[in-house]
Design a protein around this ligand. Structure first.
Ligand SMILES: N[C@@H](CCC(=O)N[C@@H](CS)C(=O)NCC(=O)O)C(=O)O
Length: 245
């Protein structure tokens, strides 16, 4: 069965966390919003699903995934569904909750990364909240990146199965999401992230190891991977970036 992935056209966004899992799994999927309206696809079709009066459990926001009749919303929830179907979770059941917990912590950090450029209101333009964004981004760089990344680095260090992955001794979907989080931060805050490999060597090694996975490497080279841009969660505004020690 071909999965249907619903996410805004033209940006990676939170859809990218799902895409990376689908790509690593070699799963068949279509991007509904990127499709042609003459085929019943496109952004209109995605909006119609969210606004539907007949859909039993309509999603609030993308990304969401359809697998046959099943419609699943929320990034971490979608990954919780896909993981066991595609060998992207540990075999030990209890560790799947550890993976999900880490995924939710990544989601928290993604929201904070978004809030660096939209600290006051999502409905206002960045240009209308630049002063607050500077305050928020400075705090994010000085305090929140170190707190989150220090935690994730420690999780890798304390992993009883070795320090190559976040959980267990094999790749799980949360490792792919960690790659995406780090990649997004490199794009948004290149100056602040200069010291990242030195401060968080295990996370940096994980990022590089994911880059070298054949299916991920092929995906990143393909036109399915949209470049980072300023419509996305991770935005590069040079005035928000700064060097760190
Ligand atoms: N917690 C949700 C957040 C979903 C979300 O915020 N989606 C964004 C795009 S990345 C959106 O379209 N939000 C619309 C809104 O919040 O009104 C998840 O992780 O999937």
């Amino acid at each position: 069965m071909t999965y249907e992935l619903y996410y805004w056209d033209g940006l990676q966004g939170r859809g990218e966390f799902v895409r990376l899992a689908l790509e690593e799994a070699g799963a068949e999927y279509i991007e509904v919003a990127r499709g042609d309206e003459h085929d019943g696809l496109g952004t209109g079709a995605m909006m119609a699903t969210m606004d539907s009066k007949s859909e039993p459990y309509p999603p609030f926001a993308p990304p969401f995934l359809k697998d046959g009749d099943l419609l699943i919303a929320q990034t971490a929830n979608i990954l919780l569904y896909l993981g066991p179907r595609h060998g992207l979770v540990p075999g030990v059941d209890s560790l799947r909750y550890v993976v999900n917990g880490l995924q939710l912590t990544i989601a928290d950090m993604v929201t904070e990364a978004h809030d660096t450029h939209h600290p006051l209101a999502s409905n206002l333009y960045y240009e209308d909240q630049k002063d607050a964004a500077k305050v928020r981004a400075t705090d994010f760089i000085e305090h929140r990146i170190p707190k989150f990344m220090g935690y994730f680095e420690r999780v890798m260090k304390q992993n009883p199965a070795g320090d190559a992955y976040l959980v267990s001794d094999a790749l799980t979907y949360v490792d792919l999401s960690m790659f995406q989080l780090i990649d997004g931060l490199y794009y948004a805050f290149p100056r602040a992230m200069k010291t990242f490999p030195k401060r968080y060597p295990r996370l940096a090694a994980l990022h590089d190891a994911v880059l070298e996975r054949p299916r991920i490497a092929a995906y990143l080279e393909s036109d399915r991977r949209i470049a980072h841009n300023e419509s996305c969660v991770f935005r590069h505004y040079p005035e928000l970036d700064k060097d760190t020690r």
